[in-house]
Design a protein around this ligand. Structure first.
Ligand code: 1GP
Length: 245
């Protein structure tokens, strides 16, 4: 089954999914990487995402390979640049930053990455990425040079997501950025949910089980958590329990 089919089937069945995000820089710590992936598998997290908006290490491909070796879960790239591609993954989120107006992130990087994605045989999942204000500037807002959608403007998020659906994108990813002070609000998730039928992925600043539960109830289909698991991979168990209800 393709990863997109898995997302669509889970949404149709009302099953919420947890994606454990591994930042390849953090993945340089081999012992921590192993513990994180092992816990993700034991806790029955549904997906493992690998990627980051800015990489300082040069061993991206090796990190994806290690994750794939250790994992019995689908490994999905969440790339911050066309350099973050690896044939060791199962799929790649083919991200268009549709909340922004940076042409490189709407089509430029896609042109650069497309031949490699085809050559590697990676499943590409067309994804509309919405950067939402999470209370402080994040690496993704700085690197992407885009203005996040204000938290108190759910209507903008809904119209943006709807435009993505009408353009033929297959998932919507709403993100306040890694380490954000605030998650995407329940009100904004509900507004997007009311306007699109695509699977909705939500990430940024999710640190506890109660918040995870509330975001799922608001309409998120997949929650992405990175920072909280970098701090303590044991958190994966409680988070998985909350998401899977
Ligand atoms: C960032 O959505 C992810 O793109 C995860 O964010 O690291 O804050 O969990 P956190």
């Amino acid at each position: 089954m393709s990863v997109l089919a898995l997302l669509e089937a889970a949404k149709a069945e009302g099953r919420k999914l947890l994606a454990v995000l591994i930042d390849p820089d953090f993945g340089q710590d081999e012992a921590l990487l192993e513990r994180t992936v092992q816990n993700a598998c034991m806790a029955k997290a549904d997906l493992i995402f690998v990627g980051g908006s800015l990489l300082t290490s040069t061993s991206f491909n090796h990190c994806v390979q290690r994750v794939q070796e250790l994992s019995d879960r689908p490994v999905v790239l969440f790339p911050g640049s066309p350099a973050q591609l690896s044939g060791h993954a199962d799929a790649v989120l083919f991200l268009s930053l549709i909340s922004g107006r940076n042409p490189e992130l709407l089509i430029g990087h896609h042109v650069a990455a497309a031949p490699t994605i085809k050559a590697l045989g990676l499943e590409a999942i067309p994804t509309g990425y919405l950067l939402v204000d999470g209370g402080k500037p994040t690496t993704v807002s700085y690197v992407s040079q885009t203005v996040p959608i204000p938290q108190d403007k759910p209507g903008i998020a809904a119209a943006t997501a709807l435009a993505g659906e009408l353009l033929g994108l297959r998932t919507i990813y709403m993100d306040t950025g890694s380490g954000a002070q605030r998650t995407v609000s329940q009100e904004m998730i509900a507004a997007v949910r009311a306007n699109v039928s695509l699977p909705i992925i939500v990430g940024g600043g999710i640190r506890d089980a109660a918040t995870a539960r509330a975001l799922c109830q608001a309409g998120a289909d997949v929650l992405v958590v990175g920072t909280a698991f970098e701090e303590d991979p044991e958190h994966i168990f409680a988070m998985s329990g909350a998401v899977h209800g």
